[in-house]
Write a protein that binds this ligand. Structure first.
Ligand code: FES
Length: 99
């Protein structure tokens, strides 16, 4: 597990992009629950930080594909999967597992 950011740096219902070991990681806060995923859409690489979070899914701003924040599964085109990173909270620290 590697330090990614402080929980307090990711606003509720907001996002933050961090670089961890050279990879862009998107952190998302949904009502206090933190998720970590890759910031590049698996479809055509659009940055996901401008995506909309709704009903447990992140939708890509480019073509609207919706990805489950827990599994990365794509609702619209199952052949695409968003990389979700396991994480742990240690106090105010978000620790991610890049695998
Ligand atoms: S680039 Fe994300 S849905 Fe096409």
């Amino acid at each position: 597990m590697i330090f990614a950011a402080k929980v307090s740096e990711v606003p509720n219902f907001g996002k933050k992009v961090v670089t961890v070991e050279g990879r862009e990681i998107l952190l998302i806060n949904v009502k206090g629950e933190i998720f970590a995923c890759e910031n590049d859409c698996p479809h055509q690489g659009s940055p996901l930080q401008a995506g909309i979070v709704k009903d447990g899914h992140l939708s890509c701003p480019r073509h609207g594909y919706r990805f489950n924040l827990k599994t990365g599964a794509c609702l619209d085109h199952p052949e695409f999967t968003l990389k979700i990173f396991p994480l742990q909270l240690q106090g105010d620290d978000i620790m991610v597992d890049l695998g």
